[in-house]
Design a protein around this ligand. Structure first.
Ligand code: NDP
Length: 277
């Protein structure tokens, strides 16, 4: 019997830079699956229409990237727990007329930190810089690992305060001290893990983080990939270990692949390949 080819897409604007087609093609090849996966540019004001058109073309699933993750949340007819926590969706599963919204960013980050970079988050002091979609998407997954402390900071501190209020009860249930502190008032002591979830590097902007948050035993992680950011340069000058976000990108894709195909792909070879390129 001939295997039916399934169709997938990543939808964003802009989308040309997306590495998702390459990543899913590599996963499918390794799993022996026949799929096609295309990058779809959606006009900024026509995201919902774009999704509906793709559904009529018998798409089995889609990834959603900037700037549509919030709209994707609104469009989904049901949500995974992680999507509910983030109020954002990066993966759609189209099933029996339903649009199921998932968010795999948090799982992607935590797997990269714990499995690829061998950093156990349990009991650690973590600083998360940024309060946009990427930061909000990973907070619940970090809390689940029961760090000692999670401190949120952002250029616009009101956004960190809002997230802190929203996540307060969950932090309590995991026994995590969850704080929101203005960048200028960050404590002059180091964190075990410092995560940059801002897009400041797009304009080579500095975050104005004090050097003291870094230490030679800490890991500085930038969700951005493809260039050495000012954040990573600053961390290196303090002798911290550093990583870009390519592993998170591959791990969040691996979780989406698992949702669609029920197969866990090997991620290391794909991460190595993308880093080499
Ligand atoms: P958003 O636009 O939702 O949020 C942007 C964040 O960056 C806000 O907190 C904003 O602060 C902050 N910011 C922007 N410019 C500056 C600046 N000049 N100085 C200080 N802070 C600034 O973006 P996302 O949260 O969706 O994405 C953030 C980054 O994470 C992007 O670079 C994206 O590529 C990356 N990412 C990586 C993923 C991966 O798999 N590796 C997955 C998802 C995202 P303010 O609130 O003050 O405006």
């Amino acid at each position: 019997m001939t295997e039916l080819k399934k169709h997938f897409a990543v939808i964003g604007n802009p989308i040309r830079h997306s590495l998702s087609p390459q990543i899913h093609a590599a996963f499918a090849k390794e799993a022996g699956l026949l799929i096609d996966y295309e990058a779809v540019l959606s006009p900024l004001d026509q995201f919902k229409q774009t999704v509906r058109t793709l559904i009529t073309q018998k798409l089995s699933g889609a990834n959603i990237t900037l700037p549509f993750k919030k709209e994707a949340y609104e469009l989904a007819s049901s949500h995974s727990n992680y999507a509910k926590m983030a109020e954002a969706v990066n993966t759609f599963e189209f099933k029996e007329g339903e649009i199921i919204g998932h968010n795999t960013d948090g799982i992607g980050l935590v797997r990269d930190l714990e499995q690829n970079l061998h950093v156990d988050l349990n009991g650690k002091k973590i600083l998360l810089i940024g309060a946009g979609g990427a930061a909000e998407g990973v907070i619940y997954s970090i809390l689940e690992k029961k760090p000692n402390e999670l401190t949120l900071t952002n250029r616009t501190i009101e956004k960190s305060n809002t997230i802190q209020n929203k996540m307060h009860a969950y932090a309590q249930s995991f026994d995590v001290s969850l704080n929101a502190i203005e960048i200028a008032k960050l404590p002059h002591h180091y964190f075990d893990v410092i995560i940059n979830a801002t897009s400041a590097s797009l304009n080579d902007a500095d975050l104005n983080i004090v050097d003291q948050v870094f230490h030679k035993s800490s890991l500085a992680y930038d969700m951005m990939y493809g260039k050495e950011t000012n954040f990573l340069k600053q961390a290196k000058s303090q002798a911290s270990q550093t990583s870009d976000g390519i592993g998170m990108l591959v791990e969040q894709a691996a979780e989406a692949f698992y949702i669609w195909h029920h197969i866990k792909p090997h991620t290391k070879t794909v991460i190595d390949l993308l880093r080499k390129n």
